[in-house]
Design a protein around this ligand. Structure first.
Ligand code: FES
Ligand code: FES
Length: 876
């Protein structure tokens, strides 16, 4: 570390700007880059959120300036002088309550990060148009906003309810299956429930990262002199300052926290240094002054080339560009079965890299306590596995895990993109070394570069069927570009292999997928986890076979759909839960027939997706129920502590509803807490397993509390364990049960046969048991929105020469805006899952698995073209 003895004065006679905020006169530094920074960083007004400043592309920072709704990150300080600014904090309390009630009652929010900005935009329109504001009129005004969670359907429901003056009375549900409000819905709607970047601590410093200029280069020198001399800078840390492990990682410890001199970068998100200063602006400005000398090497940016014998190693410290191979053969011999098939298809499919685009960029706050010898750290993390965060932070600092507490702050969206650590370790290092609280929040560009993406995968499929359309032989070869570090890339390609055959019966299977290390952006977990890519190909093959057989897309699926007691793909004998696949098909039939009869272009997709890790892992979830003493006349609060990350999907709401039902108490008495002070965690909140695991463990803890008399200040612990799965391809087991739970979905895409415009999506989902149907519907709507973007317009390519992303803004990602989202009709099917608490199957992961193939089939019906590459329509 290099540390300045005397930090330069930073706030001498700085020019100031005077204006009014929420009726109060204020004066702030003119040097703020925009109004949003002044509001958040100097005035501590945090309802306007920062999702993309200064680009003005997410709408999260919308405020009123002189009565007009604008995005504050696009408003120069020169334009603020003398104006009147209103934020959500300054809106009349009764009106705030109306918006909060409407969004809570309609299920109009998930992670909530986008909502305060949308409320301000909605207020501007309702102020103008009153009850004449319909959802159709409102949708174009949401063009300045992005919501990655909801698909906008329930947001527009809520806005319409406010415009019409409907009285909404939301309440938490006290039972499993009740459709009540989301936990913390009101404070989230109003921007009152803070995210990590909203945390303010006295004496807090700000950290910023210096990222590499090259995806594959040796670091020969790092000079921090200019950065240290910059205004407000306290210290600059490099890899030399790490007391413990250099590398972290969820499965392989191959991801350097920072690249040292003598080391080599492996992708565009590698960190070289962390700069700590008195303000965020100072830290970011100084981070740009760290001078790094590189010896640049050509990056491996093509996965096929990286697989060749002559390719150099992509990643520093590894010995192969093959991260993993997942393979299995089942049933009859593929070659002879394929040769004997009445109809065959051979097709290559290519899917694209996708960015999660969660609205809240990664942020970490670390607060140290105690002196050097006994120092402890309290880390606020929005990660998807606070126990992994704790363990890796302790390893990096070379301290006992007991000296690090990681507390979850429910995040502003994740979708798998916050499983790996981003800036937690660097921020912890700075706080540890300086003995002062430190916050580090990534800019949108840094976020785009650093966290893992959805894998681009090339699939080659050979498939056959008999004369009646009964599936015979399937051979699949898949190559996934996993980027530099392992993350969970090997598991994504393993899941792609497992799901490559779709929810169907086959006579002969020969499947292999390879995860390849390149110098492109790291790829890892993202909703669907390899199943989306594989089933885009599988369903496309099925539709091609159906045309040869001359039967409909629905018929070929009905003839081949997997049923209970049958052997599925990797050899698993399916349990009664598998009845959900056919139930979804049967349920969607009426809509399918009606759309065809009305002359529409129609496409159908059927999918399955496991919940949980499976593959032989022993999965454990623990929870604690704890009764607290009454305070004054109020009944005592009840803590529900569990180990799962709330990221908008509603796992805290599930915990509340289960505890309220099992304990027979008012859900308003419950507080949900996730931290590492109790050993309740077991890995990442991933794979749609949070809902069923938390439901099982909270139910068990509630039973323990009832049995123990619900004593005050006693931890009543409960547990839910899944320990009956086996590894994919385990040859020692005749029928390996690789997953304990699957959910199923059929989706119907209805398009205009002339224009190809998508008019409607019908989404039929078997979730086993919908703990909260309103939230489940919202999850499905959000998934369909994400799936349509995946199908049509979204992509996140890298430059083949450099490995760096080509587009670095939210708008360039091709995410669909509100006005572009067609009608989405959700129908829930409940085929209970045996051995699962309350029959729950999970909903998030399956969400967009059937969407892309259904879109491809609908567009085929429009113009006769088969689609095998995503996205199908580039953004215009
Ligand atoms: S933060 Fe201002 S529009 Fe995104
Ligand atoms: S609720 Fe809109 S981004 Fe999460």
């Amino acid at each position: 570390m290099t540390e300045l003895a005397d930090a330069p004065a930073t706030d001498g006679v700085e020019e100031r700007v005077a204006f009014e905020v929420n009726g109060t006169s204020v004066s702030v530094r003119r040097s703020h880059p925009h109004l949003l920074a002044a509001l958040r960083e100097e005035l501590d007004i945090t309802s306007p959120k920062d999702g993309c400043s200064p680009s003005g592309q997410c709408g999260c920072c919308t405020v009123f300036v002189d009565g007009k709704a604008i995005v504050a990150c696009q408003c120069d300080m020169d334009k603020v002088e003398g104006t009147s600014v209103v934020t959500l904090e300054g809106v009349d309390e009764a009106e705030r309550r109306i918006f909060a009630d409407a969004f809570a009652a309609c299920g109009g929010l998930q992670c909530g990060f986008c909502i305060p900005g949308i409320v301000m935009r909605a207020k501007a329109q309702i102020d103008k148009k009153g009850s004449s504001l319909t959802r159709e009129k409102m949708a174009p005004h949401l063009g300045a906003h992005l919501c990655r969670c909801t698909g906008y359907v329930k947001i527009l429901d809520a806005i319409e309810a406010v415009a019409l003056g409907e009285v909404c009375s939301p309440a938490l549900s006290a039972e499993v299956g009740g459709g009540g409000a989301k936990y913390e819905a009101a404070p989230l709607t109003l921007g009152d429930r803070g995210y990590i970047d909203d945390i303010r601590v006295p004496g807090m410093l700000h950290a910023a990262l210096h990222l590499t200029d090259h995806a594959r280069a040796d670091i020969t020198a790092i000079d921090a002199t200019a950065a240290l001399a910059a205004p407000g800078v306290e210290a600059v840390f490099t890899a030399d300052d790490l007391p413990g492990e250099l590398r972290v990682g969820l499965i392989h410890k191959d991801w350097p926290v920072m690249i040292p001199v003598g080391g080599r970068t492996s992708y565009a998100g590698d960190v070289i240094a962390v700069v700590v200063a008195d303000t965020r602006d100072h830290a970011r400005a100084a981070a740009g002054l760290v001078d790094v000398t590189y010896e640049v090497h050509p990056p491996n940016t093509d996965a096929r080339v990286a697989l060749s014998d002559t390719a150099p190693l992509s990643v520093w410290g590894t010995d192969s560009n093959v991260l993993s191979t997942s393979a299995y053969k089942r049933g009859d011999d593929f070659e002879s079965t394929f040769a004997a098939s009445a109809f065959t298809v051979h097709e290559v499919f290519q899917t694209q890299r996708i960015e999660h685009a969660f609205l809240e960029p990664e942020s970490t706050v670390v607060i140290p306590s105690g002196d050097d010898g006994a120092r402890t750290l309290h880390v606020y993390s929005g990660g998807q596995g606070v126990w992994d965060d704790r363990n890796d932070i302790a390893a990096v600092l070379d301290i006992d895990q007991g000296r690090v507490t990681v507390e979850l702050v429910s995040n502003g969206g994740a979708f798998g993109g916050k499983e790996d650590m981003s800036n937690q370790a660097q921020t912890s290092l700075a706080a540890w070394k300086l003995g002062r609280p430190v916050k580090c929040t990534l800019s949108r560009e840094e976020s785009l570069r650093m966290h893992p993406k959805r894998h681009p995968i090339e699939f080659e499929y050979w498939a056959g069927c008999d004369a009646d359309g009964r599936l015979t032989a399937l051979k699949v070869r898949g190559i996934g570009d996993s980027g530099a570090y392992a993350s969970v890339g090997m598991k994504v390609l393993e899941r792609a292999a497992g799901h490559a055959c779709g929810p169907y019966r086959w006579q002969a299977l020969d499947i292999e997928t390879i995860a390849v290390r390149t110098n492109n952006l790291v790829c890892g977990a993202f909703r669907g986890f390899g199943a989306n890519q594989a089933q885009f190909a599988m369903e496309g093959v099925l539709d091609r076979l159906a045309e040869q057989v001359r039967i409909s897309g629905w018929d070929i699926r009905k003839r081949n759909v997997i049923r209970p007691a049958e052997e599925w793909g990797p050899g698993q004998i399916m349990d009664d839960g598998a009845g959900g696949a056919e139930a979804c098909l049967d349920q969607i039939k009426a809509s399918y027939d009606a759309a065809i009869a009305s002359g529409k272009a129609v496409g159908l997709g059927l999918g399955l997706k496991n919940s949980g890790l499976g593959n032989g892992f022993r999965e454990v979830s623990k929870a604690v129920v704890r009764f607290l003493a009454p305070v004054d006349d109020a009944p005592g609060r009840i803590e529900v502590r569990h180990g799962w990350t709330e990221m908008g999907q509603g796992v805290h709401t599930v915990a509340v509803q289960v505890a309220a039902q099992e304990l027979g108490i008012d859900p308003d008495r419950l507080d949900v807490i996730v931290d590492t002070t109790r050993e309740l965690g077991f890995g990442q909140t991933t794979g749609s397993r949070g809902t069923l695991m938390v439901a099982g463990s909270v139910s068990d803890a509630s039973a323990a509390a009832l049995a123990g008399g619900c004593e005050i200040d006693v931890d009543y612990e409960g547990e839910y364990v899944v320990d009956w799965t086996q590894k994919l391809g385990d040859s020692s087991v005749t029928h390996p049960m690789i997953h304990s739970v699957f959910s199923y979905a059929a989706q119907l895409v209805i398009a205009d046969p002339e224009t190809g415009d998508i008019e409607k999506v019908v989404a039929v989902h078997d979730v086993g048991r919908a703990v909260n149907p309103t939230l489940v519907e919202g999850q499905v709507e959000g998934s369909v929105h994400m799936g349509l973007g995946y199908s049509l317009t979204e992509q996140f390519p890298t430059d083949p020469e450099t490995g760096f992303p080509i587009n670095m803004t939210l708008r360039s990602l091709g995410i669909l805006r509100a006005k572009d989202v067609p009608e989405i009709e959700v129908q829930l099917v409940e085929v209970p899952q045996p051995r699962s608490p309350f029959g729950i199957k999970g909903v998030g992961e399956i969400g967009l698995v059937p969407t892309a193939p259904a879109v491809a089939a609908a567009l085929r019906a429009v113009d006769g073209e088969w689609r095998s590459t995503l996205p199908m329509r580039r953004p215009t």
